[in-house]
Ligand binder design. Structure first.
Ligand SMILES: Cc1cc2nc3c(=O)[nH]c(=O)nc-3n(C[C@H](O)[C@H](O)[C@H](O)COP(=O)(O)OP(=O)(O)OC[C@H]3O[C@@H](n4cnc5c(N)ncnc54)[C@H](O)[C@@H]3O)c2cc1C
Length: 384
């Protein structure tokens, strides 16, 4: 126990990227997170926060990890102000539990998080991948309107939502979304919600790779207003494109999209591959100008590719075992046409991020928030 907080010895299952922590702390309140972080600061112990643990293996292993801060006990939806379309939740609430609560009032957090039975609010923010409907609703960063964090020295800081106390000019929500646990601990989050759409229709069509870019652009600009336009190409060959229409007159609007594509079928069921990559031994995220989609698909030949045809975002998955050098060669090819970030790969010495222009600024932010380098050290870009 640290001052009333439950702590247990770590076991093999608690390893983070092969690095075994000494203890697992299980705080139940924001103040208890602060207590643990203060105790770790006094003893120079390194901390890795954990939600559902579904992506703890993403990113390089931590340089050191003494304490795994498991947020599973902080699993309550604190406030659902349905009239204001706002929800405030603890970090350990699973995305499924949150969706269930919101659906009761006909609302949703429009993030499309897969593995929702395990993925938590905190982990979803810290990993910050965009899903299919980010084209219409924005990403986690856009839907987050307030956050409470605990900094590595144990200070509790809040921004947005109904609170005014802030950390000297920093937008904490934007900084902590996508920070992979390297700046501090997300202790509470407030999100903007949307009404659950009354109807949904998918239009699905197989296209030649060269057709996909222009078709996707036409769909994005259409007055039928798709919420998402996704593509799937298992290895090479034809690309399956699926566009989602939500809300009133969904059937008629989907039919408009089908006519624009010139073929395809309508469905009330989402395609099995929609918004999901289910194996992540080697997983690469690509960001690019949507108009470059054709070039990116060419450069990704031989890989399984899924993602948004209209937001310039694809995930690449290796379908077979690959040597490190083979992945490195692919990265070099991809980086000629896109920004490529390796989300997961079981090798050392791979350039996971490529060139990142904001790196000096990110280093200064890390230095400001975590000068002792105790929060998930080495897990982020540039060894942050
Ligand atoms: C829209 C969207 C689409 C996605 N698509 C895919 C996909 O197709 N395939 C796929 O494999 N995954 C995908 N993911 C990721 C997947 O959903 C993750 O399982 C989830 O985001 C991580 O949740 P977790 O609770 O398991 O986090 P964990 O695995 O526990 O942690 C993930 C990271 O967050 C940090 N962290 C966790 N909690 C906190 C906290 N409270 N404060 C600070 N840092 C913390 C951890 O240290 C770690 O670095 C997607 C995620 C989103 C949001």
């Amino acid at each position: 126990m640290i001052d009333g907080v439950t702590v247990r010895q770590a076991g093999e299952d608690d390893a983070v990227g092969g690095v075994l922590p000494r203890w697992v702390a299980l705080p139940e309140t924001v103040e208890e997170i602060a207590t643990v972080l203060r105790a770790c600061a006094e003893r120079d112990l390194a901390v890795v926060p954990a939600g559902g643990g579904t992506k703890l293996h993403w990113g390089p292993p931590p340089e050191r990890c003494d304490v795994l801060l498991d947020l599973c006990c902080m699993n309550e939806v604190l406030e659902h102000a349905a009239g204001d379309l706002v929800v405030r939740a603890q970090p350990g609430v699973t995305m499924d539990a949150l969706a269930g609560e919101l659906a009761g009032k006909g609302q949703e957090l429009a993030l499309d998080v897969p593995f929702a039975e395990d993925a938590t609010v905190g982990g979803t923010l810290a990993a910050a991948l965009p899903g299919p409907r980010s084209f219409r609703y924005g990403t986690a960063r856009d839907l987050l309107i307030g956050i409470t964090v605990v900094l590595p020295d144990g200070t509790v800081a809040k921004s947005g939502g109904k609170v005014v106390k802030n950390v000297a000019g920093y937008d904490l929500g934007k900084l902590f979304t996508g920070s992979y646990g390297t700046l501090g601990v997300i202790a509470e989050a407030t999100f903007r919600l949307h009404p659950l759409p009354a109807e949904r229709r998918w239009v699905v069509a197989d296209l030649d790779p060269a057709e996909v870019g222009p078709v996707a652009m036409a769909l994005a600009a259409s007055q039928a207003e798709p919420s998402a336009v996704e593509v799937d190409r298992p290895d090479s060959g034809p690309v399956t494109l699926a566009a989602l229409v939500e809300g009133t007159a969904a059937e008629a609007r989907a039919e408009t999209l089908r006519e624009l594509i010139g073929r395809g079928s309508l469905s009330v069921e989402q395609p099995s591959w929609w918004g999901l990559i289910d194996s992540d031994d080697v997983l690469i995220e690509l960001r690019f100008l949507p108009s470059h989609l054709g070039d990116v698909l060419d450069a990704a030949a031989g890989w399984s590719v899924r993602g948004s045809a209209v937001s310039g975002r694809l995930l690449l998955e290796a379908r077979r075992e690959m040597e490190r050098d083979e992945v490195a060669t692919t990265l070099t090819r991809l980086r000629e046409v896109a920004r490529a970030h390796v989300l997961a790969a079981p090798y050392e010495g791979l350039d996971r991020w490529g060139p990142v222009s904001g790196l000096p600024l990110m280093r200064r932010v890390k230095e400001r928030f975590d000068p002792g380098r105790r929060m998930s050290p080495g897990r982020f870009v540039g060894g942050i």
